[in-house]
Design a protein. Structure first.
Length: 189
């Protein structure tokens, strides 16, 4: 019985410290009552597998770069938006391409680690981003959460041989994680 209590206490501490490390600061209470939030993605500071973009691109073909900067980035944004909106659905809030919304969420992509496909030894894709919420048209952050880290869920690692697809899954995980944070803030009265 004492072991159960100790285990429960340790798990609670781990969860509390794990969640609190990536909170919005300050809490974006100003989003309460909003029905639309604009979202944009900023790749200006991204590194890939620890290499700056310019260095990483030298290892890739022109077609890979064009696909990544085109339809793959669009797909990543769509996956993020789809999963963040799943979490916000019951709150009558939608995140997406709403340039006339009062507030904009800037997803600053900091690190894309595409992982590796190697059957049972596959490595999940990892994504790090910071989220800034600003008044639309401004660059001054009203609320920030730095260095949110996610990785491709373990159920899909072995079955995802394409690097772009692994990264897409990481973006959906990011959308879900950010959506849960926002939903918990917007639910409070």
């Amino acid at each position: 019985m004492n072991k159960k209590v100790l285990l429960t206490a340790l798990l609670t501490v781990a969860i509390v410290f794990g969640v609190s490390a990536q909170k919005f600061k300050p809490v974006p209470d100003f989003l309460k009552g909003q029905t639309e939030i604009n979202v944009i993605f900023d790749y200006s500071k991204v590194v890939f597998d620890k290499d700056p973009q310019q260095k990483y691109y030298k290892k890739k073909s022109k077609s890979w770069i064009e696909e990544w900067e085109g339809k793959r980035r669009d797909a990543n944004a769509e996956g993020f938006i789809k999963d963040i909106n799943k979490e916000l659905d019951k709150l009558n809030v939608i995140v997406g391409d709403f340039p006339n919304a009062q507030y904009t969420m800037i997803v600053e992509v900091l690190n894309c680690d595409f992982g590796a496909y190697a059957g049972p030894l596959s490595v999940p894709a990892k994504l790090t981003a910071s989220i800034r919420i600003v008044k639309t048209g401004s660059k001054t952050p009203l609320s920030v959460t730095d260095n949110i880290k996610v990785k491709q869920n373990s159920y899909t690692v072995i079955a995802t041989p394409v690097d772009f697809d692994r990264m897409y899954i990481a973006f959906t995980e990011m959308g879900e994680k950010v959506g849960k944070k926002l939903a918990s803030i917007l639910k409070k009265k």
